[in-house]
Design a protein around this ligand. Structure first.
Ligand SMILES: [Zn+2]
Length: 387
Protein backbone atom coordinates (compact mmCIF):
# COMPACT_ATOMS: atom_id res chain seq x y z
CA UNK A 1 0.00 0.00 0.00
CA UNK A 2 1.10 3.55 -0.78
CA UNK A 3 2.17 5.85 2.10
CA UNK A 4 -0.31 8.62 2.89
CA UNK A 5 -0.37 11.75 5.09
CA UNK A 6 -3.83 12.36 6.55
CA UNK A 7 -5.81 15.62 6.59
CA UNK A 8 -8.05 13.94 9.14
CA UNK A 9 -6.19 12.35 12.06
CA UNK A 10 -6.94 8.69 12.73
CA UNK A 11 -10.37 8.71 14.46
CA UNK A 12 -9.25 5.96 16.82
CA UNK A 13 -5.69 6.91 17.88
CA UNK A 14 -4.99 10.36 16.39
CA UNK A 15 -2.03 9.30 14.23
CA UNK A 16 -1.47 11.55 11.19
CA UNK A 17 -0.17 9.06 8.63
CA UNK A 18 -0.81 5.66 7.16
CA UNK A 19 -1.56 3.88 3.91
CA UNK A 20 -3.79 4.47 0.92
CA UNK A 21 -6.13 1.53 0.23
CA UNK A 22 -8.18 3.07 -2.64
CA UNK A 23 -8.51 6.70 -3.85
CA UNK A 24 -12.30 7.09 -3.49
CA UNK A 25 -13.98 10.02 -5.23
CA UNK A 26 -17.72 10.79 -5.38
CA UNK A 27 -19.61 13.04 -7.81
CA UNK A 28 -21.88 14.65 -5.19
CA UNK A 29 -24.72 17.15 -5.65
CA UNK A 30 -23.29 20.46 -6.88
CA UNK A 31 -25.19 22.40 -4.19
CA UNK A 32 -23.31 20.65 -1.35
CA UNK A 33 -20.06 22.43 -2.14
CA UNK A 34 -18.11 19.29 -1.16
CA UNK A 35 -15.32 17.94 -3.37
CA UNK A 36 -16.34 14.29 -2.88
CA UNK A 37 -12.66 13.35 -2.58
CA UNK A 38 -12.59 10.71 0.15
CA UNK A 39 -9.57 8.36 -0.03
CA UNK A 40 -9.91 5.06 1.82
CA UNK A 41 -6.91 4.82 4.15
CA UNK A 42 -5.52 2.79 7.06
CA UNK A 43 -3.74 4.16 10.11
CA UNK A 44 -0.08 3.09 10.31
CA UNK A 45 -0.28 2.90 14.10
CA UNK A 46 -3.56 1.19 15.05
CA UNK A 47 -4.67 -0.09 11.62
CA UNK A 48 -8.08 1.63 11.75
CA UNK A 49 -9.67 1.98 8.27
CA UNK A 50 -11.37 5.28 7.46
CA UNK A 51 -11.82 7.94 4.79
CA UNK A 52 -9.52 10.94 4.82
CA UNK A 53 -11.50 14.14 4.28
CA UNK A 54 -9.66 17.32 3.37
CA UNK A 55 -12.71 19.48 4.10
CA UNK A 56 -12.83 19.11 7.88
CA UNK A 57 -15.46 18.43 10.51
CA UNK A 58 -17.51 21.61 10.03
CA UNK A 59 -18.16 20.88 6.34
CA UNK A 60 -19.45 17.45 7.29
CA UNK A 61 -21.58 18.84 10.14
CA UNK A 62 -23.12 21.36 7.71
CA UNK A 63 -23.85 18.51 5.31
CA UNK A 64 -25.82 16.61 7.96
CA UNK A 65 -27.66 19.70 9.22
CA UNK A 66 -28.92 20.42 5.72
CA UNK A 67 -29.47 16.81 4.71
CA UNK A 68 -33.18 16.10 4.28
CA UNK A 69 -32.66 12.62 2.82
CA UNK A 70 -33.63 10.87 6.05
CA UNK A 71 -36.80 12.94 6.42
CA UNK A 72 -38.18 11.71 3.06
CA UNK A 73 -36.46 8.31 2.69
CA UNK A 74 -38.41 5.17 3.51
CA UNK A 75 -35.42 2.80 3.31
CA UNK A 76 -34.52 0.74 6.39
CA UNK A 77 -32.21 2.64 8.71
CA UNK A 78 -33.73 6.06 8.05
CA UNK A 79 -35.52 6.03 11.40
CA UNK A 80 -39.05 5.75 10.07
CA UNK A 81 -42.03 3.59 11.00
CA UNK A 82 -42.33 1.23 8.02
CA UNK A 83 -42.99 -2.50 8.70
CA UNK A 84 -39.29 -3.26 7.98
CA UNK A 85 -38.15 -0.62 10.49
CA UNK A 86 -40.63 -1.88 13.09
CA UNK A 87 -39.27 -5.42 12.67
CA UNK A 88 -35.80 -4.00 13.46
CA UNK A 89 -37.15 -2.20 16.56
CA UNK A 90 -38.93 -5.36 17.75
CA UNK A 91 -35.70 -7.37 17.43
CA UNK A 92 -33.76 -4.68 19.30
CA UNK A 93 -36.29 -4.54 22.15
CA UNK A 94 -36.12 -8.33 22.51
CA UNK A 95 -32.31 -8.09 22.71
CA UNK A 96 -32.48 -5.32 25.32
CA UNK A 97 -35.34 -6.93 27.21
CA UNK A 98 -33.55 -7.54 30.51
CA UNK A 99 -32.48 -3.88 30.74
CA UNK A 100 -35.66 -2.21 29.53
CA UNK A 101 -38.76 -1.14 31.37
CA UNK A 102 -41.13 1.77 30.82
CA UNK A 103 -39.79 3.77 33.79
CA UNK A 104 -36.45 4.35 32.08
CA UNK A 105 -35.26 7.36 30.15
CA UNK A 106 -34.28 6.28 26.66
CA UNK A 107 -32.11 8.19 24.19
CA UNK A 108 -31.96 7.28 20.50
CA UNK A 109 -28.85 8.88 18.98
CA UNK A 110 -29.38 9.74 15.30
CA UNK A 111 -33.11 9.10 15.66
CA UNK A 112 -34.13 10.23 12.14
CA UNK A 113 -37.91 10.48 12.07
CA UNK A 114 -38.03 9.03 15.61
CA UNK A 115 -39.44 5.68 14.51
CA UNK A 116 -37.86 3.82 17.44
CA UNK A 117 -39.12 6.36 19.98
CA UNK A 118 -42.65 6.18 18.55
CA UNK A 119 -42.46 2.39 18.70
CA UNK A 120 -41.49 2.62 22.38
CA UNK A 121 -44.18 5.22 23.10
CA UNK A 122 -46.81 2.81 21.73
CA UNK A 123 -45.53 0.23 24.23
CA UNK A 124 -45.95 2.40 27.31
CA UNK A 125 -42.63 4.25 27.48
CA UNK A 126 -42.93 7.93 28.26
CA UNK A 127 -39.44 9.33 28.92
CA UNK A 128 -38.14 9.38 25.35
CA UNK A 129 -35.43 11.55 23.83
CA UNK A 130 -33.76 11.77 20.46
CA UNK A 131 -30.56 13.35 19.21
CA UNK A 132 -30.65 14.27 15.53
CA UNK A 133 -28.42 16.46 13.34
CA UNK A 134 -30.84 16.90 10.40
CA UNK A 135 -32.93 20.07 10.64
CA UNK A 136 -35.61 18.49 8.42
CA UNK A 137 -35.91 15.43 10.66
CA UNK A 138 -36.16 17.53 13.83
CA UNK A 139 -38.84 19.68 12.18
CA UNK A 140 -40.72 16.50 11.26
CA UNK A 141 -40.58 15.15 14.83
CA UNK A 142 -41.20 18.53 16.46
CA UNK A 143 -44.93 18.26 15.96
CA UNK A 144 -45.23 14.81 17.58
CA UNK A 145 -46.50 14.88 21.16
CA UNK A 146 -44.48 13.22 23.90
CA UNK A 147 -41.10 13.22 22.18
CA UNK A 148 -38.16 15.54 22.69
CA UNK A 149 -35.54 15.61 19.93
CA UNK A 150 -32.53 17.89 20.29
CA UNK A 151 -29.64 18.82 18.00
CA UNK A 152 -26.78 18.73 20.50
CA UNK A 153 -25.93 16.51 23.45
CA UNK A 154 -25.80 19.42 25.93
CA UNK A 155 -29.46 20.22 25.12
CA UNK A 156 -30.67 16.91 26.60
CA UNK A 157 -32.98 17.74 29.54
CA UNK A 158 -32.27 14.48 31.40
CA UNK A 159 -29.47 11.93 31.69
CA UNK A 160 -30.61 8.81 29.81
CA UNK A 161 -30.43 5.35 31.39
CA UNK A 162 -30.62 3.45 28.09
CA UNK A 163 -28.75 4.80 25.06
CA UNK A 164 -29.12 3.45 21.51
CA UNK A 165 -26.39 4.44 19.00
CA UNK A 166 -27.32 2.40 15.94
CA UNK A 167 -25.58 3.03 12.60
CA UNK A 168 -24.24 6.42 13.68
CA UNK A 169 -20.53 6.00 14.46
CA UNK A 170 -19.62 5.19 10.86
CA UNK A 171 -20.91 8.65 9.82
CA UNK A 172 -18.99 10.85 12.27
CA UNK A 173 -15.83 12.89 11.73
CA UNK A 174 -14.71 12.28 15.32
CA UNK A 175 -16.70 9.27 16.56
CA UNK A 176 -14.57 8.73 19.69
CA UNK A 177 -15.08 12.26 21.03
CA UNK A 178 -18.79 12.03 20.23
CA UNK A 179 -19.11 8.74 22.08
CA UNK A 180 -17.25 10.17 25.10
CA UNK A 181 -19.67 13.12 25.19
CA UNK A 182 -22.64 10.76 25.07
CA UNK A 183 -21.18 8.66 27.88
CA UNK A 184 -20.55 11.65 30.13
CA UNK A 185 -24.09 13.00 29.51
CA UNK A 186 -25.67 9.67 30.48
CA UNK A 187 -26.59 8.13 33.80
CA UNK A 188 -23.53 6.50 35.48
CA UNK A 189 -25.30 3.11 35.33
CA UNK A 190 -26.66 3.58 31.82
CA UNK A 191 -26.76 0.71 29.34
CA UNK A 192 -25.44 1.46 25.84
CA UNK A 193 -26.41 -0.40 22.70
CA UNK A 194 -24.06 0.44 19.82
CA UNK A 195 -24.28 -1.01 16.30
CA UNK A 196 -22.21 -0.44 13.14
CA UNK A 197 -21.79 -2.12 9.73
CA UNK A 198 -19.30 -5.00 9.89
CA UNK A 199 -16.69 -4.11 7.28
CA UNK A 200 -14.87 -7.40 7.95
CA UNK A 201 -17.46 -9.19 5.75
CA UNK A 202 -17.87 -6.43 3.15
CA UNK A 203 -16.14 -8.41 0.40
CA UNK A 204 -18.82 -11.14 0.69
CA UNK A 205 -21.26 -8.71 -0.95
CA UNK A 206 -22.19 -9.23 -4.61
CA UNK A 207 -20.91 -5.72 -5.36
CA UNK A 208 -18.59 -4.70 -2.51
CA UNK A 209 -18.13 -1.19 -3.92
CA UNK A 210 -21.86 -0.54 -3.51
CA UNK A 211 -21.34 -0.57 0.29
CA UNK A 212 -18.94 2.36 0.23
CA UNK A 213 -21.32 5.22 0.92
CA UNK A 214 -19.96 8.75 0.95
CA UNK A 215 -21.48 9.10 4.42
CA UNK A 216 -19.66 6.06 5.83
CA UNK A 217 -16.25 7.42 6.75
CA UNK A 218 -15.29 4.94 9.51
CA UNK A 219 -15.00 1.20 8.84
CA UNK A 220 -15.09 -1.23 11.73
CA UNK A 221 -14.06 -4.78 12.33
CA UNK A 222 -14.64 -6.36 15.74
CA UNK A 223 -11.26 -5.46 17.24
CA UNK A 224 -11.31 -1.77 16.22
CA UNK A 225 -14.98 -1.46 17.21
CA UNK A 226 -14.23 -2.77 20.70
CA UNK A 227 -11.12 -0.58 20.92
CA UNK A 228 -13.23 2.53 20.25
CA UNK A 229 -15.90 1.44 22.76
CA UNK A 230 -13.24 0.94 25.43
CA UNK A 231 -11.42 4.19 24.66
CA UNK A 232 -14.78 5.93 25.17
CA UNK A 233 -14.88 4.58 28.74
CA UNK A 234 -17.24 1.68 28.15
CA UNK A 235 -16.84 -1.98 29.06
CA UNK A 236 -18.48 -4.50 26.72
CA UNK A 237 -20.94 -6.96 28.31
CA UNK A 238 -21.96 -8.68 25.06
CA UNK A 239 -20.61 -8.49 21.52
CA UNK A 240 -22.26 -10.16 18.56
CA UNK A 241 -23.29 -9.79 14.92
CA UNK A 242 -26.64 -9.90 13.17
CA UNK A 243 -28.26 -8.84 9.91
CA UNK A 244 -29.24 -5.23 9.21
CA UNK A 245 -32.90 -6.19 9.15
CA UNK A 246 -34.43 -9.45 10.43
CA UNK A 247 -34.50 -12.20 7.83
CA UNK A 248 -32.53 -10.26 5.17
CA UNK A 249 -28.86 -10.48 4.24
CA UNK A 250 -26.22 -12.18 6.36
CA UNK A 251 -26.18 -12.57 10.15
CA UNK A 252 -22.62 -11.20 9.96
CA UNK A 253 -23.56 -7.86 8.34
CA UNK A 254 -23.68 -5.73 11.50
CA UNK A 255 -21.57 -5.65 14.67
CA UNK A 256 -23.19 -4.68 17.95
CA UNK A 257 -22.12 -4.32 21.54
CA UNK A 258 -23.97 -3.93 24.83
CA UNK A 259 -21.86 -2.03 27.32
CA UNK A 260 -21.72 -0.01 30.51
CA UNK A 261 -19.47 2.72 31.79
CA UNK A 262 -16.12 1.70 33.24
CA UNK A 263 -13.18 3.90 34.15
CA UNK A 264 -9.60 3.33 33.06
CA UNK A 265 -10.21 0.91 30.23
CA UNK A 266 -7.15 0.86 27.98
CA UNK A 267 -6.95 -0.62 24.53
CA UNK A 268 -3.82 0.09 22.50
CA UNK A 269 -4.67 -1.88 19.40
CA UNK A 270 -2.38 -2.47 16.43
CA UNK A 271 -4.11 -4.64 13.84
CA UNK A 272 -3.88 -4.18 10.07
CA UNK A 273 -6.05 -7.22 9.23
CA UNK A 274 -9.01 -5.21 7.91
CA UNK A 275 -6.77 -2.91 5.86
CA UNK A 276 -5.06 -5.88 4.21
CA UNK A 277 -8.40 -7.61 3.61
CA UNK A 278 -9.70 -4.56 1.70
CA UNK A 279 -6.43 -3.77 -0.07
CA UNK A 280 -6.14 -7.33 -1.37
CA UNK A 281 -9.80 -8.09 -2.03
CA UNK A 282 -11.52 -4.93 -3.23
CA UNK A 283 -11.58 -4.60 -7.05
CA UNK A 284 -9.52 -1.66 -8.30
CA UNK A 285 -12.53 0.26 -9.68
CA UNK A 286 -16.33 0.03 -9.11
CA UNK A 287 -17.15 -0.76 -12.77
CA UNK A 288 -15.14 -3.50 -14.49
CA UNK A 289 -13.10 -2.86 -17.63
CA UNK A 290 -15.47 -5.08 -19.65
CA UNK A 291 -18.51 -3.08 -18.57
CA UNK A 292 -16.76 0.23 -19.25
CA UNK A 293 -15.94 -1.01 -22.79
CA UNK A 294 -19.59 -2.05 -23.31
CA UNK A 295 -20.87 1.30 -22.07
CA UNK A 296 -18.50 3.36 -24.19
CA UNK A 297 -19.13 1.28 -27.31
CA UNK A 298 -22.77 2.33 -27.62
CA UNK A 299 -23.58 5.16 -30.01
CA UNK A 300 -26.72 6.00 -28.07
CA UNK A 301 -26.92 8.80 -25.51
CA UNK A 302 -26.16 7.61 -21.97
CA UNK A 303 -28.63 8.24 -19.16
CA UNK A 304 -28.28 7.15 -15.53
CA UNK A 305 -31.23 6.21 -13.32
CA UNK A 306 -30.92 6.02 -9.53
CA UNK A 307 -28.68 8.57 -7.78
CA UNK A 308 -27.63 6.41 -4.84
CA UNK A 309 -24.33 7.09 -3.12
CA UNK A 310 -22.99 4.10 -5.07
CA UNK A 311 -24.05 5.86 -8.29
CA UNK A 312 -22.19 8.97 -7.13
CA UNK A 313 -19.13 6.83 -6.45
CA UNK A 314 -19.32 5.35 -9.98
CA UNK A 315 -19.59 8.82 -11.52
CA UNK A 316 -16.71 10.13 -9.39
CA UNK A 317 -14.44 7.16 -10.06
CA UNK A 318 -15.25 6.87 -13.78
CA UNK A 319 -14.96 10.27 -15.49
CA UNK A 320 -15.19 8.44 -18.84
CA UNK A 321 -18.85 7.64 -18.01
CA UNK A 322 -19.60 11.07 -16.60
CA UNK A 323 -18.30 12.76 -19.78
CA UNK A 324 -20.74 10.78 -21.91
CA UNK A 325 -23.81 11.30 -19.69
CA UNK A 326 -26.76 13.21 -21.17
CA UNK A 327 -29.24 12.82 -18.32
CA UNK A 328 -29.80 11.82 -14.69
CA UNK A 329 -33.06 10.44 -13.29
CA UNK A 330 -34.41 9.55 -9.85
CA UNK A 331 -37.72 9.02 -8.09
CA UNK A 332 -36.88 10.92 -4.88
CA UNK A 333 -38.20 14.43 -4.30
CA UNK A 334 -35.01 15.08 -2.28
CA UNK A 335 -32.96 14.63 -5.48
CA UNK A 336 -35.13 15.80 -8.40
CA UNK A 337 -34.16 19.32 -9.50
CA UNK A 338 -30.66 19.18 -7.98
CA UNK A 339 -27.58 18.97 -10.20
CA UNK A 340 -24.48 16.81 -10.41
CA UNK A 341 -21.65 18.30 -12.49
CA UNK A 342 -24.20 20.63 -14.05
CA UNK A 343 -26.66 17.89 -15.09
CA UNK A 344 -30.10 18.36 -13.56
CA UNK A 345 -31.77 15.30 -12.05
CA UNK A 346 -35.22 14.72 -13.52
CA UNK A 347 -38.10 12.54 -12.38
CA UNK A 348 -37.79 8.96 -13.59
CA UNK A 349 -41.37 9.26 -14.90
CA UNK A 350 -39.75 11.13 -17.84
CA UNK A 351 -37.90 7.98 -18.90
CA UNK A 352 -41.03 7.02 -20.86
CA UNK A 353 -39.83 9.49 -23.51
CA UNK A 354 -36.29 8.15 -23.92
CA UNK A 355 -36.47 4.53 -25.05
CA UNK A 356 -33.97 5.04 -27.86
CA UNK A 357 -31.32 5.96 -25.23
CA UNK A 358 -29.05 3.71 -23.15
CA UNK A 359 -29.82 3.60 -19.43
CA UNK A 360 -27.23 2.82 -16.76
CA UNK A 361 -28.73 1.42 -13.55
CA UNK A 362 -26.39 1.29 -10.54
CA UNK A 363 -27.35 -1.89 -8.72
CA UNK A 364 -29.60 -1.51 -5.66
CA UNK A 365 -32.51 -3.23 -3.93
CA UNK A 366 -34.77 -1.48 -6.47
CA UNK A 367 -33.06 -2.83 -9.61
CA UNK A 368 -35.64 -5.51 -10.47
CA UNK A 369 -38.54 -3.04 -10.09
CA UNK A 370 -36.70 -0.48 -12.22
CA UNK A 371 -36.19 -2.98 -15.04
CA UNK A 372 -39.92 -3.87 -14.91
CA UNK A 373 -40.68 -0.18 -15.25
CA UNK A 374 -38.39 0.12 -18.29
CA UNK A 375 -40.18 -2.83 -19.93
CA UNK A 376 -43.50 -1.02 -19.43
CA UNK A 377 -41.94 2.00 -21.16
CA UNK A 378 -41.06 -0.26 -24.19
CA UNK A 379 -37.32 -0.41 -23.53
CA UNK A 380 -35.66 -3.64 -24.71
CA UNK A 381 -32.95 -5.77 -23.09
CA UNK A 382 -30.22 -4.00 -25.06
CA UNK A 383 -31.15 -0.53 -23.89
CA UNK A 384 -29.98 -0.72 -20.28
CA UNK A 385 -27.09 -2.06 -18.24
CA UNK A 386 -27.00 -2.80 -14.51
CA UNK A 387 -23.62 -1.70 -13.13
ZN1 LIG B 1 -4.94 4.91 14.45
Amino acid sequence: MEKFLFHRPCPLCGTAQGWLIRPLRYALFDDLGLSGVSPLVACSSCGFVFNDLSEGSEALAAYYRGNDHYSVSTTAGSGGSTPVECARYERLLERLDEWLDPTQTILDVGCGKAGLLLYLRDRGYSSLFGLEASNACRDFVGSIAGLSVVERIEQLPEAPSVVVVSHVLEHLYDPLSFLREIVSASDPDAIFYIEVPNTAVLLDAVIPWSWFYFEHINHFDRSHFLAMIQKAGLAPMAVDTWSFQPGEGSEMDCLYVLCQREENVENNISDSGLAMYLANGLPVQPVSGDQIAEILSTNRDLLLWGLSQYAMLILGMHPEILERLKGLFDVSSAKIGRKIRGIEIRSSANLINFNEKFILIPKSIYTADMICQLMKYDYNNNSYLVI
